[in-house]
Design a protein around this ligand. Sequence first.
Ligand code: ADP
Ligand code: ADP
Length: 227
Amino acid sequence: MGILQLRGVTVGYGSTTVIDHLDWAVGTTRSPVTALLGPSGCGKSTLLRAIAGLEPLIAGTVEWDGHDLSHVPVHRRDFGVVFQDGQLFSGRTVGQNIAYGLRLRRWPRAAIAARVADMLELVQLPGSADRRVTDLSGGQAQRVALARALAPRPRLLLLDEPLAALDARLREELAFAIGDIVRAADTPTVVVTHDRAEAALLADEVSVMRDGAIVQTAPPAHLWQRP
Ligand code: ADP
Ligand code: ADP
């Protein structure tokens, strides 16, 4: 499965340090889905973006299976990323969105078509390749964003509050679906959330974050920290 290891990771904005010498390992236990849980503003997104390579490190290293990725650019890390609002390309079809990363990687045309169809099955939107993304509901758009992120077979999937833009009913439905989808894709996943119930629904293991530090890591049923 692979291990993500952070050592002494320090990240900040200007003169403000948000994360100070953080050590964290994901994938050391057999936990395909890890939630990063904590109150708004504690530094979860900053950490996720640093792992993805979207925020520069002031100090420390991000390693995958012992290889330092700190200076590997975003698109070469082979991590999939989904943000709160999905950020689909709105002028394109569902299929074109899912194919995007495969085209960049120069997959052959037939392999792309097959992979797009498989991904649409996986996220339970079969036959939707020709739909316009502007016609999708919020929950469907997030499923397509997941399909796009998973299509190139990333070694790690990073989800930043993937349910935050949805209403309560859809949120619960998609929480279960995301768990099923990433397990079916066999892709280790880190999901950022401020919602303890959501973490419990989604994740096998929860790391609780407070003021830029991880204060506890445990299965959802064994958490003692109030996030
Ligand atoms: P969380 O994801 O837990 O809500 P964030 O990582 O978004 O927390 O934010 C952590 C801290 O960093 C907050 O104090 C926030 O205001 C600050 N911060 C986040 N992004 C920026 C930015 N682009 N510029 C300056 N400060 C930022
Ligand atoms: P062709 O048969 O046209 O030569 P290949 O099947 O060899 O094409 O694939 C071409 C490129 O597409 C490869 O370099 C590979 O990186 C990528 N590719 C194709 N299928 C996969 C796959 N299942 N997983 C990862 N990369 C793939």
